[in-house]
Every structure is written in C-alpha cells, then in structure tokens.
Design a protein. Structure first.
Length: 688
C-alpha cells in the first residue's frame, strides 16, 4: 500500500442512521458483524464505540452537524420538522431541505479548495448547492423515495363474482413512519382527519396530535386491492386451466391482467402479470413464496409513456386457486432521474447497476410482512453497494458522504417489541433487529476494500435509540412530527375547540403555549406569532411558570416526574440550541419516558439500548487498533476530516479536531491560519 505521511487524499463517511454502539459492541462480542469488527481492528474508536449527538438527537439536525461541524443553533436544522419564529406555530418545514441550512457544508468547503465530492442519499443535501459535485438524492430516508411513480400495493384475490375493491394508502407525511412522500416541504399540523375502514382495521388521517404519534408507525400503509378470481376467458395464450384476475396499476389509472397457472395441470403454483390478454409472454411472474425478477412496464403519466420497473412477491397462493395474496413494490421511473444531479446520473446508474427496490412499508408486525421488509431492504442495500462502488470507480472524487437509514427504521418499527415484558414474541423481534445490523455489516464490508493507503473511512451514526419501558406510557408531549396537546392541554396552556363540522382544532385565541415537535415549547406571543395572545411584558414570567409546571407534572400511572430538565431560550444555548429555529423552552424527558430517540439526552441508556451515536475511524492518517480516551462529538467529524486531508474547514465549524485518532504527530497543519480567508468561487452559492 502507498504511504501518505499521516494524511489522507480521500475520505469516505459511511452514515448509519440510528446505529447504537451498545448493540454493535454486543453483537461483535457474540462473534457477529465481522466487518464492523474488522473496521475496529484496523482503526480507532472510543472505549464504548460512541460519540455524542447534538440535541435533539434526531436525524436531520445531527446529519446537518456531521456535514457542517456546527451546532443546530448555527446551522438552523432543529428537528425532523423545522419551525421559524414568526411563522404560524402549526406550520412546519421539512428538515431534510438543504435550503434551510445556514452553515457551510464540508462539500462546499471542498469545492472552495478545488476538490470534488459525491454526496449519496445524505439528509439536508438536496437541492444541490455545489455545481461541480455528484448528488444522489438526499430528500428523504432512502434514495428516490420521493421519486417513485406509483405506491406499493397488496393484492388479495378471491374466487367469486364481485366488484373490484381499491383502497388507497394513507398519506402520512408527519415522519412518524420514517417516510415522507410528494413534493410539498411544508405542512400545517392538524388535530385529526377522517378515518375509513379497510381490510379489518381503521386507518387514521395525516396526523392525530392528541394521541401518541409514535404509535402511528405500526399502521399498514400500502394501497390495497381486492380482485375477483375467475376462469380465464378471451386470452390468446393462456395456459390450460388458468384463472384470471384484474391488476390495477398506476394509481388505479391503468389495468394489467393476472393469471394463476398450474404447471402440473392441477395445482396452482404461479402468478403471472400480463400487459393484456393478447400478450404472448408475461411482463413478470413469481411462484409462491418468491420474488419475481424485475418487471419492466410502461405507464402513461400526464399523457406521456414512461418506462417503469417493479417487482412482485407472492405471499400466499392456495393450490386450488381459490385465493392468493401478493405484494407489488414501489414503481421506479427509469428515465426522469428527478433526484439525481447531474440528472443523467440516475439513468446511468439504472443502466449500469440496475433498478433499485424501495423497502416495503405495508406492514411489519407479522412474520409474513417481516420477510417482505427484510428482503426488500436487503436488496436496496445491495443496490447501494453496487451503485456507490460504480461511482467511486468511474467518477472523480475526493470526498464521499452517504447515509443509510435501515437501522433507524427498524428501531421505530420493532425495538419496543424486543423486551420480554413487552411481547411474547420478543425473541423474534430481537432477531429482526439483528438482521438489519447484519445487512448493514455487509454494506460496510462492500466498501472496506477502498482502504488503499490513501483513503480514510469514518463509520458513524447520528444517534442510537432505546426501547419503550413496558411499565410506562409515552407522555403526551414531544412528538417529532407536529404539535401534541396532551400535557400542555392538561396544564391549561393549549386549548382545543370544535369547528363548524365537529372537527377538533387548536383554539389560538385561548392558547398560551404549545408543545411543538420533539423537544420545544413555544409561547403564543403577541407581535411575534400571527395569532399571539401573550403580552411580551409577561413573556419571562410565563416561561418560568411553564417550566415550574413541567417539573411538577407527574406521570398519572407511576407518579414519577416526566421532565428531566427544561431550559429557557437563553439557557438552551449551552446545548447548542437557540435562535429563530428553536422554541422558547427546550426540555428533555426522563429516560423511561423517551420515545426511541429525540427527546432524551444523547447518552441515555435503557434496558440494554442507548441513545449514543457510533464512531469508528480507520485508514490513511488514522491510528490502527487503538482506543482513545476522549469524548467525541458529531461536530468534531468535519474539522477532523479537513485536518486529515489538509482541506479548508467550512466557515461555521464549531467542533474540534480529534487529534487523538491521527497517526501523525498530532500538531495542527500550518495551512489553518489562512483557510477562512479563501474566497468562494463564482457559481457555487446555490444551483436552484
């Protein structure tokens, strides 16, 4: 290997959303996760593999800090959703949006130095801000999640003569299920929406902020189709004895046809999808319990033909042909490349690597659904491995930043069920959680070969997560996805009324304060907030009274204090918050009442899990096989990478270089003195 005198020419940051160092260490001790273990043996970490997140310990603020080296007060991303003082208190902006960032990113600093970056599915990186860089999405948790052309579907077939039933999925853009769809980046929080019955359960609307939003992640969300099975009729090439059914696609705007085939002439064992009854060959097919190959189809969108790709998986198929269930994946647009920059990168990756399979979201609390979710997310990870390696092999780059969200999604779906006191199937859920770490370990292994003597790799997470204490309930305060009126309603600060149609809404004319997002409380102030009623002269004493009441509040079930601490606007600056995107009060919950992550301290532990973030560094310029005695923070990553590669730091950096991991003599590079004076080249201030 080439030697580089204690420096690195290239750096890769592999971001693993939600990865808990406590679990990583436990699995390694059990002889699992060989690639994580290899990375540790080749590199350096802290004693417990952890580093400290910024607060709140939520996805967008922390990845923004990992990209800028700045705290939320400085970079402006303060929760999953953002709020700016002066806007209506129930109007929120999607926190993945790069236009909300007020601090310079490391890839912008690299561009100032004439270096090139690839930013791959990294939160808060889209829209692109650097002209001479490659971007692969960054608008949501998975690549192209907001760019699919049709939603996932669950088809149920039953023999009989009845009308086709189509039930669209529930649009939940709160973030409670780790997903966000569509083009809108601003939402107005609503107390409730209409509900409707579908296949045995009631689906809620967008957000119900009088309840515990965390629980909405357990609600199935696929489009559902119930279709009659009949003897095949009018086909040119149907097998003998085949049965037919209708397959609505493209949001119900178009029809395909399905056949149940019995290869032995008696036992139905295969489902095939055809474009029409005249087709000689199917678009795709799958046997019971199996996935199809990629199905290449063409949809009509706004009067134009669009090439698409999707897969099906047969979940159940009665050998008599009386009933079936199959899953159909999100449908990928193969041409648009909406969330790729340059746009041609999308089509290039689909051509060279193949289509990507979005992870399923239709259900997750039964074994059948577990299989679909695990299999689809594993294929998505494999696509990322191949696509990333393709770009790194074929494009010019000095810095590579990526983020994978599977662990965090599985935490929200399954972690609460992994405790013996919480579920009789806790061992199954523990195994499911391990599986996503195993899939992630493969992802790490697919990139470790990049260690060529000139490349350094940082393997990090933004936060961990804890399982809910089965002996407590989530207090009705602190939902990442909107306003919760529970505790502040009980204390008399948030008031509810009914509109003319009987729907509940906040009565702003009588509301003194609201608990907004994960950790903030806002006063409804005259002259600042559009519907304000609190006199500015009463601001300080009102803040003090609310904080007093929060400390006095007791959980009705256990009698315990819920709030760990609460800070006013001035005091919250000591934890990196404040400014126009933070509330008037910042609070943290006691560990037993924390929702997975976000409204607990970033070093909280509970029932064998932790909120801590993961930290491993290895490769060129980094010590090997060592443990450092230092508290590492997420804001330290950017200045350390810049020191390691002799690159100017971003202008708003607030973290410090982790000199203890460097293999050189540990002294700062001489170029630091003048780096902040470098001008920004024209044209790099923002592309869109």
């Amino acid at each position: 290997m080439a030697q580089n005198n204690g420096k690195a020419k290239k750096v890769m940051l592999l971001g693993l959303d939600g990865a808990d160092p406590t679990l990583v260490a436990r699995y390694i001790a059990q002889g699992k996760l060989p690639n994580f273990k290899k990375a540790l043996n080749l590199g350096v970490s802290t004693e417990d593999l952890s580093m400290q997140s910024v607060l709140p310990a939520i996805t967008p603020p922390n990845w923004a800090s990992i990209a800028t080296g700045a705290y939320p007060n400085t970079h402006g991303i303060t929760c999953f959703w953002n709020h700016t003082l002066g806007n209506e208190l129930d109007v929120l902006d999607y926190g993945f949006d790069s236009s909300l960032l007020k601090a310079e990113t490391i890839w912008e600093a690299y561009a100032r130095a004439g270096k090139k970056s690839i930013i791959f599915n990294y939160p808060t990186s889209w829209p692109p801000q650097v002209k001479d860089a490659i971007y692969v999405d960054g608008t949501s948790i998975y690549t192209n999640l907001r760019g699919y052309i049709d939603y996932e579907k669950l088809y149920e077939g039953e023999a009989g003569d009845f009308e086709l039933i189509e039930i669209p999925h529930t649009v939940d853009n709160t973030g409670a299920n780790c997903r966000f769809e569509g083009e809108e980046t601003t939402q107005k929080a609503e107390i409730s929406k209409d509900t409707y019955e579908g296949f045995g359960y009631t689906q809620p609307g967008l957000v119900t902020t009088t309840q515990d939003g965390e629980l909405s992640a357990d609600i199935p969300t696929a489009d559902q189709i119930k279709t009659p099975i009949k003897p095949a009729s009018g086909w040119k090439h149907a097998p003998e004895g085949a049965l037919e059914f209708i397959v609505p696609v493209n949001g119900g705007a178009e029809r395909r046809w399905g056949l149940l085939a019995a290869d032995d002439g008696a036992t139905y064992n295969r489902i095939a999808i055809y474009s029409s009854k005249e087709s000689e060959a199917p678009l795709g097919e799958a046997a019971a319990g199996e996935w199809s190959d990629w199905i290449y189809d063409r949809y009509t969108i706004n009067g134009e033909a669009v090439d698409v790709a999707y897969k099906i998986r047969v979940l159940e198929l009665d050998p008599t042909g009386e009933r079936f269930t199959f899953y159909s994946s999100y449908v990928l647009d193969l041409k648009t490349g909406k969330y790729f920059y340059p746009q041609s990168i999308g089509e290039e990756l689909y051509t060279k690597v193949g289509p990507m399979l979005q992870p399923s979201n239709y259900s997750r609390l039964n074994p059948q659904a577990d299989g679909v979710l695990l299999e689809s997310i594993e294929e998505m990870y494999r696509w990322h491995e191949e696509a990333i390696n393709y770009l790194l092999d074929n494009k010019e780059w000095d810095l590579f930043y990526t983020h994978m969200h599977g662990i965090d999604m599985f935490m929200h779906f399954y972690l609460d069920h992994t405790l013996e006191a919480a579920s009789p199937e806790y061992e199954r859920y523990q195994e499911i959680v391990y599986k996503i770490y195993e899939i992630t370990d493969h992802f790490i292994g697919a990139l470790l070969h990049r260690l060529d003597g000139e490349t350094a790799i940082f393997i990090v997470s933004d936060h961990g997560g804890v399982a809910k204490n089965p002996e407590t309930e989530h207090p009705l305060i602190g939902d990442m996805w909107g306003i919760n009126v529970g505790i502040l309603g009980q204390l008399g600060y948030t008031k509810i009324k009914e509109d003319a149609f009987g729907a509940k809404e906040i009565d702003w004319s009588r509301t003194t304060a609201v608990a907004q997002r994960a950790t903030f409380i806002y006063l409804n102030v005259k002259g600042r907030d559009p519907q304000g009623i609190v006199d500015p002269a009463d601001y300080d004493k009102t803040v003090e009274k609310i904080i007093d009441d929060l400390y006095s509040y007791r959980d009705p079930k256990t009698g315990r204090r819920v709030i760990s601490f609460a800070l006013n606007r001035s005091d919250m600056e000591v934890v990196g918050l404040g400014g126009e995107n933070s509330g008037d009060i910042f609070y943290i919950l006691e560990p037993d009442f924390t929702r997975c992550h976000g409204n607990g301290l970033s070093n909280h532990t509970l029932s064998g899990y932790s909120m801590k973030a993961l930290f491993i560094a290895l490769g060129a310029g980094v010590k090997a096989g060592e443990t450092i005695d230092r508290k590492v923070k997420v804001v330290d990553l950017v200045p350390t990478i810049c020191e390691l590669t002799e690159t100017p730091v971003p202008r708003n950096v607030e973290g410090g270089v982790i000199y203890q991991i460097l293999s050189g003599d540990g002294s700062p590079s001489p170029h630091r003195e003048n780096e902040a004076k470098q001008p920004v080249p024209a044209g790099l201030g923002g592309l869109f």
